[in-house]
Ligand binder design. Structure first.
Ligand code: SF4
Ligand code: SF4
Length: 466
């Protein structure tokens, strides 16, 4: 206006890029890219993967993969850290929102939703609430308003994971099994080890991740209990993670020809659905998760942060080995934001060396130690995202200014530790829902049926399928 410019005669040349939407987790639309290279720094420097890089010079510069192949066909782990760094949306998750709306409108489908621990301490940020606000009650109300038939808590699934994982750890110790045992609930990490260290796969726990275990229980125990045909149940997982979209469609994640989980929404996608439905999130009353699988422990809540899975498993392992309900349940040494935390904990009179690592660069350090035979530890927790699920690739995106000024990880993680502290039950094996389902259906941790439904296997993957 100031210079009275009425029209621009020069349109300028534009580069056209084909949108890459072949992977189950990420869409690359480089027509929106401003070549800031933050995604490259996240992938190459933070995660030490290097699946994407800047190629060509001048006007032809662009971000690409080896041979310009789809992210589906290169060494991408689907950790989503590049999405968190991208300021324009040129990289984003592959949406499942439309599929879920279709099922919600179908009267013949029983749509069950479950929400991961880290979602409840970040979802509020999409509605301008303070970072790390615990919005569990509002989130459950919103999900009920969206039309889900049942709203369950993935934390209950995390309690199943601890039962199985602690049992597997104790068995490996007692029977000279492969040690160190490494956790398997982060699908980006699982894809990483399958691609980069397949010879170390026997170290990986055979436990499925919490939402997969829970999906399997919903389509068997819950279906029988409620008299619902499992073919008519559609399980939706709301996750802080985009690698879960890849995980849910793995061949190993099926039982009787049915996938454990049918769709995965990120925290951001759930917020978009709530906005599409014109729900005023901040004004919602609180609601509770539904019975019969809505009760979870404090141990499950801390799954969402680095060191949490380890701490939850140690609480159950020490009670199992001593046969007592021990009062010391806070394992401070595995808490905090350090990328690698090493500690020695005494369990039933034995010193056990443990490590909690987050971020794939740190995972590489640990893998090299194990490979070289230098590892003198027995239990390792690894999360693909630096800081764990609270900083997952499906969480609300924070500008670089906020990330510089505020410790987002600590605020979200502290909210989870606060949920744990306030929980009446803080050990997975003391959850009455878990006890009931083992008694009525799963028999005991590590039983034949538990193995069929709650455990999985892995496969060596080529780094480049091209
Ligand atoms: S998802 Fe992770 S591994 Fe894949 S390109 Fe992005 S940062 Fe790299
Ligand atoms: S972060 Fe986004 S905008 Fe920046 S270079 Fe990567 S894809 Fe392009």
């Amino acid at each position: 206006m100031k210079f009275n410019i009425q029209n621009i005669e020069f349109e300028g040349e534009r580069t056209e890029h084909k949108v890459d939407d072949l992977s189950p987790s990420i869409v690359r639309d480089f027509n929106k890219c401003i070549l800031c290279r933050r995604c490259v720094a996240a992938c190459k420097n933070v995660q030490k993967i290097g699946a994407i890089d800047c190629i060509n010079r001048g006007f032809k510069s662009c971000i690409s993969t080896v041979g310009d192949h789809s992210l589906n066909d290169v060494n991408c782990t689907f950790c989503g850290q590049c999405i968190e760094a991208c300021p324009t949306g040129a990289l984003h998750e592959k949406e499942s929102i439309d599929d879920v709306w279709v099922k919600l409108k179908d009267p013949d489908t029983h749509v069950v939703v479950q929400t991961a621990p880290a979602v409840r301490v970040a979802l509020g940020e999409e509605f301008r609430m303070e970072i790390g606000t615990n919005v569990t009650g509002k989130m459950v109300t919103a999900l009920k308003r969206l039309g889900f038939d049942k709203v369950f808590d993935t934390n209950t699934g995390a309690d199943f994971t601890i039962m199985e994982e602690a049992n597997e750890f104790v068995e490996r110790i007692q029977n000279n099994g492969v040690l160190p045992m490494i956790t398997s609930c982060s699908p980006g990490w699982v894809k990483y080890i399958e691609m980069n260290y397949p010879e170390l796969l026997p170290h990986l726990s055979t436990c499925k991740s919490p939402h997969q275990m829970f999906g399997a229980v919903i389509k068997t125990y819950y279906a029988q209990k409620e008299g619902i045909d499992p073919n008519k149940i559609y399980v939706v997982s709301v996750m802080p993670c985009i690698a879960k979209k890849f995980e849910r469609q793995r061949n190993q994640m099926q039982n009787n020809g049915l996938y454990d989980v049918d769709a995965v929404l990120t925290t951001r996608e759930l917020a978009r659905m709530i906005k599409q439905a014109n729900i005023e999130f901040t004004k919602l009353e609180d609601s509770n998760f539904d019975d019969p699988m809505g009760e979870a422990t404090g141990a499950a809540a801390i799954f969402g942060t680095t060191g949490g899975v380890m701490e939850a498993a140690l609480r159950t392992a020490q009670d199992t080995l001593t046969g007592k309900s021990l009062e010391k349940i806070d394992f401070e040494a595995v808490r905090g934001g350090d990328g690698i935390k090493r500690a020695t904990v005494n369990i039933a009179g034995n010193d056990v060396n443990v490590i909690a690592a987050s971020g794939l660069a740190n995972a590489q350090t640990i893998m090299e130690e194990i490979k070289s035979g230098k590892a003198d530890y027995q239990f390792v927790e690894i999360m693909a995202c630096p800081g764990g699920c609270v900083m997952g690739g499906g969480q609300p995106i924070k500008s670089s200014k906020i990330r510089r000024e505020v410790d987002v990880r600590a605020l979200r993680a502290n909210a989870l530790y606060s949920i744990d502290e306030k929980s009446v039950i803080r050990k997975s094996h003391e959850n009455p829902v878990i006890k009931k389902i083992y008694k009525e259906f799963l028999e005991k941790p590590g039983s034949h049926i538990a193995h069929e439904l709650l455990h999985t296997s892995y496969e060596k993957r080529e780094k480049y399928n091209i």
